[in-house]
Design a protein around this ligand. Structure first.
Ligand code: HEM
Length: 224
């Protein structure tokens, strides 16, 4: 067996920070009232994390890069028939990749609609002033009635898939998302996870946080 670094530290931190934020978002949305201040903060954090992940998908460790888990429909069918080459289960498998892209896109839609949503009582997203009332209504409707349900559905599917891998396929996916390493039959190239790459990730994350801060202030009228 070969122990190989698959998930670099920035990807793992991204994942678990995302989990904390999504749980925080669901809780604060249900509590309402003053907790909405934290709902906004968690939302801005998710936007920062998504921006970071979009960039890290281009420059991050080998197995975190989008190119390593973009599969053709033929590869997906092959995987569903159980005939995938072992290289397709090193990082995200074809079905795992589908769920990752779906989660990232639905989270982006949820955060974006939140920026334009208005509860018409006390809380309005920071970009509501930039668009028409009709757009605000549509964004609010999607955010509260549609996106939320799709997101919860995808998270449940995500957890069921991980449970299925554990129970049926006897494959632990959670451990590698915590410590980063997988024990593989063949030696494959690892993800870069050095001090240098982690510092790069921190700089990218800082820039993303700055961009989100500017975006929010732009909506509040203090200029970009
Ligand atoms: C709010 C809930 C969650 C969200 C939104 C979420 C989202 C994601 C995303 C976006 C990825 C892809 C990571 C990347 O490549 O950037 C991922 C992967 C993963 N997540 Fe989650 N996740 C959630 C909860 C959990 C929980 C609770 C667990 C563990 C019990 C978990 C275990 C994993 C594992 C093991 C992978 C890697 C799967 C693979 O090997 O393809 N996730 N998750």
């Amino acid at each position: 067996m070969h122990t190989v670094r698959i998930w670099d530290l920035p990807t793992r931190l991204f994942h678990w920070a995302l989990v904390v934020c999504v749980i925080g978002l669901v809780l604060t949305a249900n509590i309402g009232g003053n907790a909405m201040t934290w709902h906004f903060r968690f939302g801005y954090s998710v936007l920062t994390l998504l921006m970071f992940r979009a960039i890290w998908g281009l420059v991050g460790g080998r197995w975190s890069r989008f190119v390593s888990f973009i599969y053709s429909p033929a590869a997906l069918m092959q995987h569903l028939r159980g005939e995938s080459p072992t290289t397709h289960s090193v990082g995200h498998s074809p079905t795992g990749a589908l769920s990752v892209f779906a989660l990232l896109l639905v989270l982006l839609a949820q955060v974006t609609s939140g920026l334009f949503a208005d509860d018409e009582i006390a809380f309005a997203g920071p970009l509501t002033a930039l668009v028409s009332g009709n757009t605000v209504s549509m964004a609010t409707g999607y955010h509260k009635e549609v996106g939320k349900l799709i997101l919860i559905g995808l998270v449940v599917l995500h957890l069921l898939a991980i449970g299925y891998y554990k129970k049926v396929k006897k494959t632990d996916l959670i451990g590698p998302m915590i410590h980063g390493d997988k024990a593989l039959d063949a030696a494959v190239a690892p993800s870069r996870d050095t001090a240098g790459s982690r510092i790069l990730a921190l700089c990218i994350f800082g820039l993303c946080a700055f961009a989100v801060n500017r975006l929010i202030n732009w909506g509040a009228g203090s200029g970009f």
